[in-house]
Ligand binder design. Structure first.
Ligand code: CMP
Length: 137
């Protein structure tokens, strides 16, 4: 059943950390009723970034993506609550931030593509892999 409590991962990207938006981003998920279960700030190594974004390794934008996500501190949070994977993705908004609906994180805070403020897992399977890459196995 899609309403079951589950976990997902969000990562506040380097552009958003630099702009002082960590609290603004996390606040939205807490205000919605989700809980923050794990939280860590770190700067990814190139290797960690390649593992984190392994699903995109064949894409032409992979080198740019890895360079960007490892360019400065990021904040990862495990978010828990009802239907978390799909609901958090809806709250995050479209990948191309200039197309993201107002009221979403990207629609309110971003205009970029690589620099689009936030990443969120797109499935429970991705969550498991990304959590291991971010927090360590
Ligand atoms: P994210 O949700 O973190 O997942 C992969 C990221 O790749 C995406 O957000 C974008 O920031 C980035 N990206 C860069 N170029 C592209 C592209 N052409 N299409 C999709 N994603 C891209």
């Amino acid at each position: 059943m899609s309403s079951a409590a589950e976990e997902t991962l969000i990562v506040v990207k380097p552009d958003a950390v630099k702009r002082g938006l960590i609290g603004e981003v996390l606040k939205r998920f807490e205000a919605r009723g989700f809980s923050v279960r794990e939280l860590r700030m770190l700067t990814m190594s190139k290797g960690q970034a390649q593992k984190f974004y392994a699903v995109h390794s064949e894409k032409p934008f992979f080198p740019e993506l890895v360079a960007f996500i490892s360019s400065g501190p990021v904040v990862g949070a495990v978010i828990s609550g009802r239907d978390a994977v799909a609901t958090v993705r809806r709250m995050v908004g479209a990948t191309k931030a200039w197309e993201a609906a107002a009221g979403t994180v990207r629609g309110d805070l971003a205009l970029g593509l690589t620099d689009n403020v936030i990443h969120a897992s797109d499935s429970s399977d991705s969550f498991a892999k990304e959590r291991a890459a971010f927090f360590g196995g």
